[in-house]
Design a binder for this molecule. Structure first.
Ligand SMILES: NC(=O)c1ccc[n+]([C@@H]2O[C@H](COP(=O)([O-])OP(=O)(O)OC[C@H]3O[C@@H](n4cnc5c(N)ncnc54)[C@H](OP(=O)(O)O)[C@@H]3O)[C@@H](O)[C@H]2O)c1
Length: 283
């Protein structure tokens, strides 16, 4: 099998043989991307602050990459409600600065967005459906998409949902921790979506880079509620409603991203089994 990174390098070698930069490399998805692109130049929050327009431009001009992958974001959905300006700076303006820099050096930009740009009132969302975010996080991520489109053409915006994986705060780890501590774990059963393993999303990324510019919906296959998701890996989940478990930010009730452009990834059940097995092997 051709290694995914080689596939990308071959796809883009006419532009510039092979330099890839990753922003947000120390996040949950960033770590998975580092495995797929082992030779990439990786920037974490400390050395790659995406809200600093000048610094982003200078750094990109210095590196002159063929591809920039932006996994940096402010992902605390409830925290965004209290920190509106910060949410827009990181999720809204930051991607625009990276896009302008990409345009300057002729690089492709891969950027990750979210199902939370939709209001969750449709049975599924296609890539060209009209967004209507319910939260500051969703609004700020939508602004990120718009800022990218304003600044460049050669982008791949990958919308994804319900991420889980190593090196980050995520639902699977939280629920596993609670399950070991308390007899019953109440989990909402009226929010439906598509869980996605960071490893699978990272491995899907080279193929997206080789495709036409545009928006892509990439998630694991299969649809479930948070309760059904939890029940797949703990024995003591009990269902509750969103009304019984109020949160600061409003979430879409039915946010199912339909992927109409690329082959489906494996089912989330298989992916979560593998993730939990990997965690056991590490312990
Ligand atoms: N997690 C999900 O369920 C989910 C669902 C749909 C879409 N997404 C999208 O998928 C992408 C990856 O998410 P993730 O879960 O991997 O996020 P994550 O684990 O929170 O990682 C984000 C990374 O970005 C860094 N960062 C934050 N502000 C920054 C700034 N101003 N400049 C540079 N770096 C900054 C963070 O560093 P610090 O920790 O030091 O701040 C962190 O390392 C994001 O675009 C997110 O919106 C996530």
């Amino acid at each position: 099998m051709v290694h995914p990174e080689r596939m990308v390098v071959e796809t883009i070698k006419e532009i510039n043989p092979g330099k890839i930069v990753i922003f947000g490399a120390n996040g949950m998805l960033g770590h998975a991307l580092q495995q797929v692109f082992p030779k990439a130049h990786c920037f974490g929050h400390r050395d790659g602050e995406i809200t600093n327009e000048d610094a982003v431009m200078k750094m990109v001009k210095r590196e002159r990459p063929a591809v920039i992958i932006n996994a940096a974001a402010y992902t605390d959905v409830d925290g965004c409600e209290d920190n509106r300006d910060h949410a827009f700076a990181v999720n809204g303006y930051g991607p625009g600065y990276i896009a302008a820099a990409c345009s300057e050096v002729g690089a492709i930009l891969v950027h990750y967005s979210t199902d939370y740009i939709f209001d969750g009132t449709k049975p599924e969302y296609h890539e060209d459906d009209l967004p209507n975010p319910l939260s500051i996080y969703g609004e700020s991520k939508l602004m990120g998409e718009v800022s990218i489109r304003k600044n460049m053409d050669d982008y791949r915006i990958i919308r994804t949902s319900w991420l889980f994986g190593s090196h980050g705060k995520n639902f699977v780890d939280t629920i596993l921790g609670l399950s070991a501590k308390i007899p019953e774990v109440r989990v909402v059963n009226d929010q439906i979506g598509k869980p996605t393993y960071t490893v699978d999303l990272a491995h899907a990324t080279p193929d997206i880079i080789s495709r036409a510019p545009g928006v892509y919906h990439i998630t694991n296959d299969g649809i479930c509620s948070w309760y059904e998701f939890a029940s797949a890996f703990i024995p003591n989940a009990t269902p509750c409603t969103t009304a019984e478990f109020p949160r600061k930010a409003k979430r879409p009730g039915y946010s199912v991203l339909a992927n109409t452009k690329t082959p489906p990834l494996r089912h989330w059940r298989e992916a979560v089994r593998e993730y939990i097995q990997t965690k056991r092997n590490v312990v």
